[in-house]
Design a protein around this ligand. Structure first.
Ligand code: CS2
Length: 490
């Protein structure tokens, strides 16, 4: 713990207008910063009630310092700290679920925004449908006044507002999921319908669920970061966050009762974010996951270290050029090749220590939208997605739970145990691949039985198992370059 006085709020606490579920590093380095800047410029009562759905960590970090914190931009010229004042209050849902429902039912609240990660939606990842057998969903349907899940809280609060004759709030998903607005709407309506058809109809008629594309690389804060910041600023900030300078927010402008002037500080308001969302999920998150699994297996700790290996840099560039960009529609105002070139520069930023292990988390929830949709599109277009198949094979090795030196991997994933058991229970490489492809929660049935896909993944898996991930990435580079040479000679 740094030997410095704790950061404290100076000045007033903003009046609330937003409840945010999921107050982790990304929210603090992105949503909270945008709202802080927007209200500084254009005013408005948009203070945020930040709600943890699980652990008290964020509250314990923020509350003792009056809910202010430092957002540090890791710029090439050095650190640029800014104190963020937009969080008005912090709550921990499991400690008092009814206090959270009451906060969300407050007529002053106009927006409920979410960064709850993929698994927070309690869907079946391969279909995006609400999983009614999920333990939290089953619980919340039985005990609607004591919810645990995000959807349970949203529906409980909307129910309270309807009963009290209060307008609903806008539900604003800021997670890396395709059509995150439509997805949030579908699960909220499905959950509400299970409780009360009239409530579901009222929500469908009155509430909006704009989709968003969010982007800023924000690694988890370490104790070392906290100590270094204390040395520079002279205060101890346990809630600080560190992120790149780049940020992009594209939002469908469909709000029930207004929003902060996010557009005045760079957010792009559009009629549909679909093309932007697909670009970001496939180009950024798709290669992030690829680098995370293969990079981790190759012994690299961070993304910057992984792309410093020329074979991994080539892998990324090849994925974008041959397997990802051909599946995309170019969004208005973007140039896909330039977007990817800029991404590589962002990955190479050594000031950002974004751990491969962190990005590798929750692969079962991430693979469908990051890799599998692109793979399906490639196969439909008659292209062999060799690089993406290598990424899937890397994930399969990773969830097997053993690194290339025989040491254990700390796999964090809701399906970790089942995946490990499936992998360990199979003898040959081909059997291991089949056992993992049989996870229908992850692999859509058409893809799981596609022979071209199965063959590519099995071959890639065998390559990693034999010579390691680094050699497999190199081998793919040699093969791709030889093919390109041959084609040039034709
Ligand atoms: C990352 C993302 O952790 C992950 O899975 O791919 O959090 C990524 O850093 C953000 O989407 C960047 O905007």
């Amino acid at each position: 713990m740094p030997d410095k006085p704790r950061l404290k709020r100076s000045g007033h606490t903003p009046k609330v207008g937003i409840v945010h579920l999921g107050p982790g590093a990304f929210f603090r380095g992105f949503n909270a910063v945008y709202t802080d800047e927007a209200t500084e410029l254009a005013g408005g009562d948009w203070g945020i009630v930040a709600v943890s759905l699980r652990s008290p960590t964020a509250r314990d970090q923020l509350k003792p310092q009056g809910n202010v914190f430092t957002s540090v931009t890791l710029a090439p010229e050095g650190w640029e700290p800014r104190i963020i004042h937009s969080i008005a209050q912090t709550l921990v849902a499991p400690e008092d679920p009814q206090a959270v429902v009451a906060a969300m039912a407050d007529p002053n609240i106009k927006i409920v925004s979410l960064t709850i990660t993929e698994k927070g939606y309690c869907t079946q990842p391969s279909t995006g449908e609400l999983d009614l057998e999920h333990a939290d969903i089953a619980h919340d349907l039985l005990h609607p006044d004591q919810p645990k899940s995000a959807v349970g809280f949203i529906v409980a609060a909307l129910d309270a507002r309807r009963t009290a004759g209060v307008k609903p709030f806008t539900v604003l998903s800021c997670d890396n999921l395709p059509s995150n607005g439509a997805l949030a709407r579908a699960i909220v309506l499905e959950f509400a319908r299970q409780r009360n058809g009239e409530l579901a109809d009222w929500i469908a008629r009155t509430t909006t669920f704009p989709a968003t594309m969010v982007d800023r690389i924000t690694p988890a804060t370490t104790n070392d970061d906290i100590a270094k910041l204390a040395d520079i600023t002279g205060y101890d900030d346990q809630a600080c966050v560190f992120h790149e300078g780049f940020r992009q927010w594209v939002i469908e402008d469909d709000f029930v009762e207004g929003r902060p002037a996010w557009d005045m500080i760079g957010a792009k308001m559009v009629a549909s974010v679909a093309a932007h969302e697909m670009m970001k999920l496939r180009c950024l998150n798709g290669t992030h996951s690829t680098l995370a699994y293969l990079g981790y297996l190759a012994g690299y700790d961070t993304i910057a270290q992984t792309v410093a290996d020329p074979d991994f840099e080539v892998l990324c560039n090849t994925l974008w050029r041959d397997e990802i960009i051909p599946t995309l529609k170019q969004p208005d105002g973007e140039d896909l090749s330039a977007y990817c070139a800029a991404l590589m520069a962002r990955y190479k930023n050594t000031a950002i220590r974004h751990r491969t292990w962190q990005i590798a988390m929750d692969g079962s929830q991430k693979l469908p939208q990051r890799l599998l949709g692109t793979i399906a599109d490639d196969l439909n277009m008659g292209c062999d997605p060799k690089g993406l198949a290598l990424a899937v094979a890397g994930w399969m090795r990773y969830v097997g739970g053993q690194d290339e030196n025989g040491g254990p991997i700390d796999v964090r994933d809701p399906l970790a145990l089942a995946l490990k058991n499936a992998s360990e229970g199979a003898k040959t490489n081909a059997d291991k691949v089949s056992a993992l492809l049989a996870f229908h929660d992850i692999f859509p049935s058409t893809l799981a039985v596609d022979h071209r896909f199965c063959d590519l993944v099995t071959k890639a898996y065998g390559g990693i198992a034999e010579g390691g991930a680094k050699a497999a990435v190199r081998a793919l580079r040699i093969e791709t370059e030889a093919r390109a040479k041959q084609q040039a000679h034709k």
